[in-house]
Design a protein around this ligand. Structure first.
Ligand code: ATP
Ligand code: MG
Length: 243
């Protein structure tokens, strides 16, 4: 399954979600490709520390761009590919949405974030019309501050969307605001390695489980990212035991 992590707005938790959801999926037994489409290379910054730790045999990193992405995915045999996109809705985002099964949009629980969402939804709708009819839309609330009145309003606004938009899922799990994410990032660690018993770790574990439950039926038909590459070897494994 290919998941494009997108939002027009910067600093909403795209890279944090890519990294920690990827780590959570690996903890659930999945092989994960983390692909960095952002020239800031914030995701790639974790690569050396992850490899040196020896704790993440099921996670691999790739730095790529819009042109190189299709070839990277054709060669991939991971269960999940997470594509960390730059802010904005430029070439990298369009390239990611063209090949993705899911557009995953982290939405920071603040008012401007919800306002900016309309353009993201328009782009997803346009891609569905032209290029990728099956593209699903997943929305994940991040940086929720339980004390802020805005947070609840954002949640309520988002939870109305699935009744208005086809193939749209709003995660039951929300990711709260926590300084531990920035501290984990400074140490180039996932939240699971940095603060395993934190509420942030529990949140990304639950997001991964929700995603796996949603993905289960379709995995029978398309077991791996590589199912997109039409080779005899991959045809053999597609009906196998991969969940
Ligand atoms: N749930 C959270 N609570 C508090 N801080 C968070 C949370 N998630 C991420 N952060 C922090 O917010 C900042 C922005 O997060 P991140 O880099 O993931 O956003 P982004 O959307 O990828 O940004 P950009 O658009 O620049 O690529 C980082 O310092 C990160 O550690
Ligand atoms: Mg980022």
């Amino acid at each position: 399954m290919i998941i494009a992590v997108i939002n027009q707005k910067g600093g909403v938790g795209k890279t944090t979600t890519t990294l920690n959801l990827g780590a959570a999926l690996a903890r659930e037994g999945q092989r994960v490709l983390l692909a960095d489409l952002d020239l800031q290379r914030d995701l790639t910054a974790y690569e050396a520390a992850f490899e040196e730790s020896g704790k993440h045999p099921d996670i691999r990193f790739a730095s790529t761009n819009a042109q190189a992405l299709p070839a990277l995915l054709d060669e991939a045999s991971d269960n999940y590919a997470l594509l960390d996109c730059p802010p904005g809705l430029g070439d990298e985002v369009v390239a990611a949405l063209r090949v993705a099964d899911v557009a995953l949009v982290p939405v920071a629980a603040e008012f401007p974030a919800v306002r900016g969402l309309a353009r993201v939804l328009d782009l997803v709708a346009a891609l569905r019309r032209c290029d990728n009819r099956e593209l699903r839309l997943h929305l994940l609330v991040t940086m929720l501050d339980g004390r802020s009145p805005h947070g609840q309003t954002v949640l309520e606004t988002l939870r109305e969307l699935p009744s208005q938009i086809a193939r749209c899922h709003v995660y039951e799990t929300v990711v709260g605001r926590s300084l531990l994410f920035a501290r984990a990032a400074a140490e180039e660690q996932s939240i699971f390695d940095f603060a395993p018993s934190s509420s942030g770790a529990a949140a990304y574990r639950d997001v991964a489980r929700e995603l796996l439950a949603l993905a289960a039926p379709q995995h029978e038909a398309k077991a791996e990212v590589s199912a997109r590459a039409d080779t005899a070897k991959k045809t053999k494994t597609a009906g196998g035991s991969t969940p």
